[in-house]
Each structure stands twice: as C-alpha cells, then as structure tokens.
Write a protein that binds this ligand. Sequence first.
Ligand SMILES: NC(=O)C1=CN([C@@H]2O[C@H](COP(=O)(O)OP(=O)(O)OC[C@H]3O[C@@H](n4cnc5c(N)ncnc54)[C@H](O)[C@@H]3O)[C@@H](O)[C@H]2O)[C@@H](O)CC1
Ligand SMILES: Nc1ncnc2c1ncn2[C@@H]1O[C@H](COP(=O)(O)OP(=O)(O)O)[C@@H](O)[C@H]1O
Length: 278
Amino acid sequence: MGKAEGHKYNHGHALILSGPPHHGGAARLAARGALRVGAGVVSVGASGEAMAEHAARLDAIMLRAVGDGADLAGALQDKRINALCLGPGLGLDARGKALVGAALDQSRGEPRSTVLDADALTLVAADPALFAALHKDCVLTPHAGEFARLFPDIAEKLNAPATIGPAYSKVDATREAAKRAGCVVLFKGPDTVIANPEGRCAISAAVYERAAPWLATAGSGDVLAGFITGLLARGLDPFSAAQTAAWLHVECALSFGPGLIAEDLPEELPKVFRKLGL
Ligand SMILES: NC(=O)C1=CN([C@@H]2O[C@H](COP(=O)(O)OP(=O)(O)OC[C@H]3O[C@@H](n4cnc5c(N)ncnc54)[C@H](O)[C@@H]3O)[C@@H](O)[C@H]2O)[C@@H](O)CC1
Ligand SMILES: Nc1ncnc2c1ncn2[C@@H]1O[C@H](COP(=O)(O)OP(=O)(O)O)[C@@H](O)[C@H]1O
C-alpha cells in the first residue's frame, strides 16, 4: 500500500463503469474505495447522459465517456488501465450487457483484472456466453442472492439440511463455484469466503471480536468491489486482492464503529493504514 517511489501511473489505473443517469452513487462509492486503497488513477466510465451528474460529484476521480461496448474496447487500448470494475449501479439493460461482454473479451490480447459485482453478476448469471468468458483474472463478489443466481445448484446444496456425513459448507460451496467459474469468487456475508479455482481458500470472518454488523448497510458491497479493484490496479493477484480487501473492509468498519454508512468506509482507510504503520 505504501508508495515509496514512482508516479501515479506506476500505481495503476482503475476504471469503474457506471450505469444510467441518477444511478451513479454505487459506481462513485466503488471509485472512492479504489482511490483510497491506493490506485494511482481512478476513472469512472459513464454514458453521455450520466456525465453531468458525475462531474458534479467527482474531483480527484476522473471521468471518461463510455457509451457502449465499442467505447470500452477503445478505452482499453490504453494499456495503463489495468483494473476494471463493473456492476455497482450498472443496470441490467443492453448497455450493461455490452459493457460486461467488452470487458471480458479476450480477443484484444492480455485480459484485464476485472471485478464483477452486483448487476454484472446478474447479467453473467443470465447469459451462458458471458459466464463462459470469465477468465482467471476475474473476481466475482456475490452476496447470497447473487450467488444463488450464478450457481443455483451449488446454493441449493448449501442451503439443504445435512442428512448424512459432514454438512456441505460455505467453504465447499465457494471452492466449487470458483472452480466452475475459473476465477476467484468472494462470497459475501458476516463469514465472507474467498476461493480460487485451484482450491485455495480464505475466510474473512466478521464475527466474535471482529463482529461488525453495521456493515450491513446499502453500498458497503460497492465499496468492497472498489477496494478489490484498487488493489488489483496496484498489482496484487486476484486472490490476494480479494482477501486483503475483505480484511481491510472489516478493519474500516471496526475502526469507525456503529453508525457507519458506506461513504465512511473509504474515508476510514487512512486511519487503518496509519495504524498498520504503512
Ligand atoms: N447507493 C447506491 O447507489 C446503491 C446502489 N446499489 C445498486 O443497486 C442495484 C441492486 O443491488 P441489490 O444489492 O439490491 O441486489 P439485487 O438486485 O441482486 O437484489 C437483491 C435481492 O436479492 C435477494 N438477496 C438474497 N440474499 C441477499 C443478500 N445476502 N444480500 C442482499 N440481497 C439478497 C434479496 O431478497 C433482494 O430481493 C445494484 O446495481 C447495486 O450496485 C446497491 O449497492 C445499494 C447502494
Ligand atoms: N452482518 C454482517 N456482518 C458483517 N458484514 C456484513 C454483514 N452483512 C453484510 N456484510 C457485508 O457488507 C457488504 C454488503 O454488500 P452487498 O450485499 O453487496 O450490499 P450493497 O449492494 O448494498 O453494497 C458485504 O461485504 C458483506 O460481507
């Protein structure tokens, strides 16, 4: 997280795609998270009609016109953009679907590290071609509802009462999901589980002395997606980015305490970093 040397582009450029006008808050929360966690440059990609709304609310975060999938493909010619985030407030319309398709399109060569959250997960769940396009540099961040949309059979096994032998756990479910998707899956909740396709697994538990139930507030998942994207931009591998982001997310919540709203999470990071001696 420290920036001992280098200029802003040495610390990565994260691009967060936003959705229709008047639905920009979630993308801005993710962008703020990516910037605070240390990405050197963060841009929000917006359609023409949504630009004015974002421009009125963003300063350090840059704005870029991204109307459709072709615009995103064009933006990605800039190899300095090394991490993408799609989903928070993206919408489920044709534009959202085209953007997810363009982000996952590997025909341009090097796949980009890509966080798929919220609406992007719903779009991927509904379209086998998008699901098949997932690659090893993706991170999926479903809550339980999104997990069940993406992996209905796995969710059914997880929710079924155990009749014989050890119960099928959230760890088992997340590992099976990561293997099927071919990428890192971060399954959210008070007991967030992170798994990669090779079977590596971590639990970020916000329970007992780390309980932070005030994280159950609208937009906190959008900030988590931004933290992961920012860490990917900094060059962390997908598993480490997801694991570190989940831990920092809970640290920020514990540091702030009850009364937390999503906006507070990125603003708490400097205090958490200082405490860590970074
Ligand atoms: N400030 C903002 O602008 C915010 C925008 N948001 C955006 O709103 C859109 C819809 O997001 P939602 O999160 O409502 O998701 P969904 O549209 O997936 O809907 C949630 C549904 O899933 C079910 N569900 C099952 N398990 C759940 C769980 N553990 N957590 C949440 N829902 C669960 C619920 O019953 C609910 O009906 C997304 O684009 C999202 O990014 C939200 O992130 C909230 C904040
Ligand atoms: N009771 C809880 N204790 C700790 N963390 C929680 C709790 N409930 C939700 N969270 C965390 O809060 C975040 C909520 O994300 P999400 O469900 O996507 O909401 P939103 O879409 O409103 O941002 C996730 O990181 C999840 O792990």
